[in-house]
Every structure is written in C-alpha cells, then in structure tokens.
Design a protein around this ligand. Sequence first.
Ligand code: ANZ
Length: 976
Amino acid sequence: MNLTHTKIQPFPHSPPLTHPTFLFSSRSLLPFPRNLKPAHVSPSFLYKKHTLLRYGCFGVSRSRTRSSISEVEAEQKQKPLLVKRAYPFDEIEPKWQRYWEQNRTFRTPNDVDTSKPKFYVLDMFPYPSGAGLHVGHPLGYTATDILARFKRMQGYNVLHPMGWDAFGLPAEQYAIETGTHPKLTTLRNINRFRSQLKSLGFSYDWEREISTIEPQYYKWTQWIFLQLLKRGLAYQAEVPVNWCPALGTVLANEEVVDGVSERGGHPVIRKPMRQWMLKITAYADRLLEDLDELDWPESIKEMQKNWIGRSEGAEVEFCVLDSDGRETDMKITIYTTRPDTIFGATYLVVAPEYTLLSSIVSTEQRESVEEYQDIASRKSDLERTELQKEKTGVFSGCCAKNPTSGEPIPVWVADYVLGSYGTGAIMAVPAHDARDHQFASRFNIPIKWVVTPNNGSCFESGKAYSGEGIIVNSSNLKVGLDINGLSSKEAAYRVIEWAEKVGKGKKKVNYKLRDWLFARQRYWGEPIPVIFLEDSGESFPVLESELPLTLPELDDFTPSGTGEPPLSKAVSWVKTIDPSSGKPATRETNTMPQWAGSCWYYLRFMDPKNSNELVDKAKEKYWSPVDVYVGGAEHAVLHLLYSRFWHKVLYDIGVVSTKEPFKCVINQGIILGEVQYTACKDTDGNYISADSADDLGEYLQENISEERVVKSGEFFVLKDSPNIRLIARAHKMSKSRGNVVNPDDVVSEYGADSLRLYEMFMGPFRDSKTWNTSGIEGVHRFLGRTWRLIVGSPLHHGAFKDGTLVTDEEPTMEQLRTLHKCIAKVTEEIEGTRFNTGISAMMEFINAAYKWDKQPKAIIEAFVLLLSPYAPHMAEEIWSRLGHPDSIAYEAFPKADPAYLKESTVVLPVQINGKTRGTIQVEKGCSEEDAFTLASQDEKLSKYLNGKPIKKRIFVPGKILNVILDRQNVKAGSIQ
Ligand code: ANZ
C-alpha cells in the first residue's frame, strides 16, 4: 500500500494537555461527511489525516535527530552503550535466519495436504518507499507472524506471504528529478525492505514473493481489466482532472495543495479529459449488503456504508419559464431526499458545471455566470461543500415553476451543489436545509416553513429546522395535492405518488459512490491494454494472448507539456497494428492507478507462478478467503472497497469461489513518538503548574527530561516540585520532530526478538500507543532472564556454555500448575489477538520459575514452545540446545490440561470472637486443625490467639474459621 507519496504533515500546534495524550489526526476514521461526494474527494483527504503510516522517515537513530556524523561520534564516545547485551541475540538471530532460509522452513508447498485445515494470514503489502521500514510496519507484521506460527504449531496449513505494491508516484517523481529509471529505484527499495523484514525473523514464505511491477504479475491485472471491459464495467468518459498549465501536466489529488501544485505552487484548474472509468456503482448494493456477514471492525463497515452512501428520495421535474413567465419545453430535474418539503422550495440551484446551464442562462446574466463557473473550476469539492464557508452564487436570469405550489421560483447557480451527484440540480428549501438557509439569507430569497417539529417546539429564528415533523403550508387543490397534517414520511410518499401520477417525477435511489476513475497520466503504472484505430478512433481490447502488454523503456519521464501522458513519448510502442483489421492503430497511453495491483494480490499468493491462469481453481477454493487481514485503518475505505468490487466481479465470472475476499480485517493501532514533557515558566524563570492558567500560551515552555518527571495520580509532575504539573504529549513520529525510531537501530541494539516482543507488549494491538525506550529495555531484560534461567549465566569472557541447565526430574504439582496456567493464558490471548497480555503471562511464569531449585525439562520445553511465536530466534536456539535436531516451527503447540487449572488453595477469613481479624491461605479441603495452626502462625492473627484460652472453634471448610476465646480467662481489655 502506498501512502508515502503524500507529504508528511507536521502535527499542528497541539493544545496543552495534562496527561499523555495521543495526538494524531484520526478524523479519517469519522464517517464520510454528508453531502461530500466520494469521487470528488481526493484520497489525500483521507490520507492527510493519517500520516503515520506514510513511513516517510529516514534513518534517524533512536529518538533523536543527529545533525552530523561528528556529533554522533562525540556523543558515542561520551556515553557507553545504553544496555548490556542481556543474551547473545546478535549471534543467535542471524544463525536461525540462515537456517530457516537454507531449510525453506516456512515454504508452503504447492501440493499441501488439503485434508488439513488452512489458515491464510495476510499483511497489507507495503509500498517499498525509499525510507525503508518504519517501526509502524513491524507492529502488524509481528502480530500476523505470531498468528502464522501459532497456527502452524496447531497443525494448520498456513499461507503467510509477502510482496510489494511497487508502482507509485514517488519513484516516478524521483525519476523526473534524477533521470533514474523508476524500476531501479523500486528494486533497490524492495531489496532493502526484504532484508529488513528478514532481519526481524518473520516466517513469510519468500518463495511466493510477488511484486505488482513484474510483467508476469501485471499480465493478470491487465487480464482483469479486459474482463471488466467485456462486461461493460470499464468505459471511457470525459472527467475533470487536476490540470496545471504551468507544469503542463495532470496532477494527482495528493500533488495539489490548496488549489496550487505542491511542486512550484502553480495554479491548478479542473479540466475535463478522456478517462477510463470502472463501474463500481453497478455493485453498490452488493457491496453494501455483504458487509453484514463480515467479521470486520464496525467502524470500517460504517465508513464503507457512508462511502457508498445509499439514499432514497425522488427526482422531480421543474419546468423552466421564459422571460414572460410562460412554460417552456425545458425541464430541470432535481434530486431530493425530502420530497415532503417541496412546497417550501423557494428557488432552484444548479451546479456551475450543470450541462443545461448554458441553454437556460439569460443574456444579461451570461457573463457573470461564466465568470462564476471559472472561479468554481479552481475549487476542490471539499472547499465547495464545507458547511462553514460562506455560500456564493449567481442568478441564472431564469425562473422555473414549482410543480406543487405553481409559483415561479428563481434558478440560481451555486457551487455548493455538485455536478456529479444526483442530477446536479436541487430544489432549495431554506426553511429546512442549513446550506439553503445560509444561501437564502445572504441573497434575500424567501424562506417558507412547511414542517413543524413533532414535539411542538418553535422554530429557532435564523436557523433551518432540518428534522422531520408535521407538514404545514402544503396544499394546492389546483394540482390535486394536499399534504398538510401528514407526517414527513407519509407526505414524502404522497408527493412521490402524485409526481408519478402526473408524470413529473419518480422515486429514486442514489449513491454517493461514484464510478472509479481508472486512468492516470503517469509512466510508472500498468499499461491499459486497449488500442485505438487511427482512422475512426474506435477502441479495441488487446488480445488476451498478447498479454502482458509490457511497459516500454523510457529515458525521459518528464510530462509532455500538452497533457499527454509520458507514455506518448514511446512512439514506436504507441504505434501498432490492429490484428483483426490490419489497420494502423495507437495504444492507450494512460496507465492504471496504483490501486489496481493491490486489488487482487491476495489471490496471486495462492498460486504465484501460474502462467496459464490468474489462480488455479482448486488452490483458490482451498485457500479462500483470507482468514485474517491486518493493516492500517487508512485503507478502510478505498482499498478494501475496490478489492471487494473486483472480487465480486471475479466471483461472477467464476474465477473465485467466495463472495468476499477478507473474512476478518484488523487495524493495528498507530505508534506515536515518545511522550515529551514540557514545563511552563514565567518571565522570571519560575515554574508555573500547567493547571494554573487556562491559556498557557503566554508562558515560556521548557522541555523536561524523563528522569525529572514523576507520575502523580493521573498527571505528571516535577520530581523535585510535585506541585508543578507538566504538559505531556505524544506526537506522531515524523522526521521534522526528530522522534522517528528506526527498527534497524533497535534490532542492532536489542535484537529482533526484543523488538517483536516490545511492539506486542506496548499495549492492546488495535490501540494507538506511544513508543518508550525504557519499555524495550524491559522486554529485553525479560528475554535475558529467560535465557539465563534456561542456559545459565555467561562465563567470565561473556560467552555461554553449550546446552542448558534443565534437569530430567519429574515436575512438581506446583510447576505443572504454573505451566498450565501460562499455556491456557497464552493460547487464549493469541486467539483473541491480545498479544500484550499473553506476554505478561509468560513474564509471570519466568518470575515463578526463578523461585524453583530445578528447571525440569518437561516444563521448560513447553514454555519454550509458548514463547516461540513471539521470540522465534531465542526459542529455536533453546530448542536445539534442549537436544531437538529439527526446527521448533512445526512442533505441536502445548495444550492446557484442565486438571492443573483448578485453583488448589482458598483464602479463608479468620474471625476472633465473631470479628474478622485477617485471612489465611489454605489448601482446598484443609482440616480445622491445619487451618487453626496456620492462623496461629500468621503474624497478624497470632497476637490475638497465642497464649489465649479458647472456648470454641467454628470451622466451615473453605469458608471461615471463627475462634471464640474464653473471656473469663482473658484479662479485661486485652483484645477487642
Ligand atoms: C431538498 C431538501 C430539503 C433537501 C431539505 C434536504 C433537506 P443525501 O442524503 O446526501 O443524498 N442535494 C441533492 N443533490 C445535490 C448535489 N448535487 N449537490 C449538493 N447537494 C445536493 O442528500 C440529498 C440532499 O442533498 C437532497 O435533498 C438535496 O437537498 C441535496 F429540508 O432536497 B435536498
């Protein structure tokens, strides 16, 4: 997935907060704004809100930016290495990575035994950016790796592949700047990503690696396009694009910032161009309905529903009047979801790009309308539809007749109405729609109330009432319509019925979902397999037998200046012959968008080398659907919607056997940089507590190092002045803040197992969490303790003895209980993807095991098996030291024996003369005598009991021990 081409946005000025707060823009998780049409909103609208997973960071060591090499060296000389190597991870990890590679340990053979159950666990494959891996990547990858390893050990056939979403803008932009072919840059980046991923010990089947830029792969992307074309699901249309006259090129949405080009700041306008479109709207209903059967986060389902945006309403015709107020043949058809308000429609609005506009506009108004159209063409749809923005518009000079009231109403042109939604024209009801209300108030258009709130409350003056209610002022017997007194629902139904009867309208379902613009004026993408006859311009698909249609070599990637895509420069490639007619033809020079390759890659992993079919039917049937799909929430809409669309088309043509591609989707949380603490100071340099003023902006701010901070309740305060509360903030990692953590540095300092464990231990998998270096030191120490418990302490020169310290003794009951409790917890937590609490259970086990004199082999072996999905390198090493010649990867995962899970002790309250004085821990079934002995030995209870004459003991096994003292023989006042 490519998010790298969107610029990293430094986090805007953050409000002061008193306890660590996740400061990141999560608004993209909000439902798609009402009245905003998907096709008009740049993907960057979503992305800009979610910048973390753009991974636009570079090799910044640990959490600081170092300005020069000498500075780094000077710092290193002063400071010894932060941590002492807790165990020899630097020897173990490369050793086992080599072993896995040489032994093809994680290869999923082509001919798996299909009688066994399967588990397909997939990561959203990355865009191999020049920045390399970011600590955000291994979060999801470690989780899927744990699941893959766990399921393998449970006897499943596991498919756990990795590949590259490798076409994309950054490589092309780099090519334009430097002349380096995008393929070279991309392959270099892929190599780096691959070796970084291998260094983390992920159990991918690297023999199934795929890359969207390889012709053997995109052959099938092109094949799918041809199937869409055959079924009328791919078509050509004139669609506005972002055209930058100064650069002479079409820009992607993410290359346009506030109406100007990101590069150079030149004005960008919307210009219609011939484009390929995919008819995703034909699948809108199925994409909506099938969401119900998916085990996906509700938030994603909601976002998909909003994006599809199904609404039910009506189309109604308004007759255009001539300058004398007579009806003409021209009609303006509007779309409304509130037909009940039609008597309140006091004007119409058409979008500036409304096709009939030029034929209705009056001569006097033509110039101002054209001027307005020109200004609107420079605005993004987002700007146009923003509720807060003051509404603009011009009168068209013509009127239309409200078919219900019979009154003439003016037709306005305003950009808050979009040409591509509904019919591009609306009936404006200012009393009941906020935008219409703003507009009518500004241009002095009458406001007519036609709905009264159900609860009898009055209208708020100066505001629209947009709720439903009881209809008023809505009767015209001349046209045979009276809806007064009806509820909004009934009225809407009656208006539609009436409109259908008099031939002025009909019921209509609309979708916000737009057809998918599938062409890019770019070089670095899949060529679209279509040719055009030179004489007629007629288009024909390239023959399937000619696929792949490979991308021609090019030296010059700069835009042509005419708006023609760069591929038009490959003249000998463009010129071709139509094989069926033998006539000269030219090839399509637009390429596919990056979304194309990522739409179906999960299918190719099932059968990556098949040259005859996209995927073998039997293999697809066995592996489909993906059982768990993990990735960032920023792909909640477009990627998941586009791939669901392609999947459904492939289902309809019999290529796949399931209706949906991904059974379960999980979004991993975002990793934020370390918490930064700030203290406020007045001008005299005195610290001011952060809670002492509403506006801290006027105070000076000083960064406070972690050592000087202590937590006090919910807040953070200065260690030496606890009355000074600090501001604690966690920011998104970004290069400019210098808080980016590079996984390579973590691996070399602590090892891959520590990084894996830490990323899982930071917090619940789906939550956002802050990076904390002392946290990684903590898990590293845990691994060191585990190693020393089993292998022993290092010899004086730092090396470790061969073998382990385990013994052949039979385990004790207590050891078995501790182990099985740990097995039960770790298993339950992996199954529930609560990896952090699984680690806590293992930590508890190690703490308990340190108290044992001996470490029986049977216990330790089982524990190492539990540890192996999390820390596979250490587990393999210990496993081999325990005398096993084969990898641990396919050993059976331990099963908890319920016999050992029952609690063996109970806490027994002890009363003295009816008053509870303490508790004792006793074995279940312990006798009265034993309970009394324990109570007498208890530090707290003994002072009540020792040496006192006892009258009676009341003992309810497992419930209570009550000791009644003989008062007559006790000195007054000695107890009670
Ligand atoms: C009259 C009306 C009265 C409306 C009222 C709303 C409230 P959804 O639910 O998003 O589909 N509309 C229709 N086409 C539009 C366009 N191209 N650009 C901008 N707005 C458009 O919204 C449908 C409502 O949005 C329609 O119902 C229309 O305004 C407006 F009290 O019609 B309504």
